[in-house]
Ligand binder design. Structure first.
Ligand code: PGA
Length: 246
C-alpha cells in the first residue's frame, strides 16, 4: 500500500530561531496516518538535525556532482552527512528561475538515488499549456525525460508531486476534479511504462495553494496521496490541520 505523505517546503523563509521552533511544533503532529517531511532552508538543516526530533527532513536543492570546483554549490553526500534522507527535484521555481531542464533534473535524480536519498520529483504545467489543453503531454514529457530511464526498483524511491505552476503561491488551487484527473493520468502513465502494481505503490502528492480549507477534498481523491505545501507549511497550526485532513 502506498503511503500518505505531507511535505512542507519552507523555501527561502524563516530565521534560524523560527525554523527551530517550527520544526519542534511540526514534530508534535500526529503522524499515525501520514508521513511528514520538512524541507527547511539548507543552512538550518544541521541545527534541526541536532534537535533529534521524530521528524524527517530533506534538502530543497543540491548540485549533482560528488565534489569539485562548483563554487557556492552543495553536494548530496554533504547533505547526507548533515542527516537528510529526502530531496526535492524539479520544483517549478528551480525549473523557471534557475533554468533547470529535464536533462539536468535526470542527473540530479541519478545522484540522489545513488546515495539512497528518497526523491520528491515535482512536475506540472504553466497556465498557457493548460489553456492549450496539452497539460497531459507536457507532464508526461517531464516524467519521460527525467525519470523513465530508471528501473522499477529505482522508481520505488521516487514520490511524485504534481504542482500546476498556475496554482503555486497564487491562491488558485486546482479543483479536486483537475487534480484527480492529472494524478490518475500520471499513475496510468507509470503503469504503461512499468507495471500496474508498481504504479499503484507510488505516492503522488498535490502541490499548489493547498491549505486547511481545501486539503480534505483534495486528499479524498483516490489518486491524491498527500501534499507538497509551501505557504501553509510556515504556520504549524495550518500544517497540523492539513495533516489532519487525511
Ligand atoms: P504553495 O507552494 O503551497 O505556497 O502554493 C507549493 C510549492 O511550491 O511546493
Amino acid at each position: 500500500m502506498r503511503k500518505n505523505i505531507l511535505a512542507g517546503n519552507w523555501k527561502m523563509n524563516l530565521s534560524e530561531n523560527e525554523a527551530i521552533q517550527l520544526a519542534k511544533e511540526v514534530s508534535e503532529i500526529n503522524m499515525s496516518n501520514v508521513e511528514v517531511i520538512i524541507f527547511p532552508p539548507v543552512i538550518y538543516i544541521p541545527s534541526i538535525a541536532k534537535l533529534g526530533l521524530n521528524l524527517k527532513f530533506g534538502a530543497q536543492n543540491f548540485y549533482p556532482k560528488d565534489k569539485g570546483a562548483f563554487t557556492g554549490e552543495i553536494s548530496i553526500n554533504q547533505l547526507k552527512d548533515a542527516g537528510i534522507s529526502y530531496v526535492l527535484i524539479g520544483h517549478s521555481e528551480r525549473r523557471t528561475i534557475l533554468k533547470e531542464d529535464n536533462e539536468f533534473l535526470k542527473e540530479k535524480v541519478n545522484a540522489a538515488l545513488e546515495l539512497d536519498i528518497h526523491v520528491i520529483f515535482c512536475c506540472g504545467e504553466e497556465l498557457k499549456i493548460r489553456e492549450q489543453g496539452v497539460e497531459n503531454e507536457f507532464v508526461k514529457s517531464q516524467l519521460e525525460e527525467s525519470l523513465f530511464h530508471l528501473t522499477g526498483d529505482q522508481l520505488k524511491n521516487i514520490t511524485i508531486a504534481y504542482e500546476p505552476i498556475w496554482a503555486i503561491g497564487t491562491g488558485l488551487t486546482a479543483s479536486k476534479e483537475q487534480a484527480e484527473a492529472m494524478h490518475l493520468y500520471i499513475r496510468e502513465t507509470l503503469a504503461q511504462k512499468y507495471t500496474k502494481d508498481l504504479a499503484a505503490e507510488i505516492s503522488i502528492l498535490y502541490g499548489g495553494s493547498c491549505n486547511p480549507s481545501n486539503a480534505s477534498e483534495l486528499f479524498a481523491c483516490p489518486n491524491v496521496d498527500g501534499g507538497l505545501i509551501g505557504g501553509a507549511a510556515l504556520k504549524s497550526t495550518d500544517f497540523n490541520s492539513i495533516a489532519n485532513s487525511f
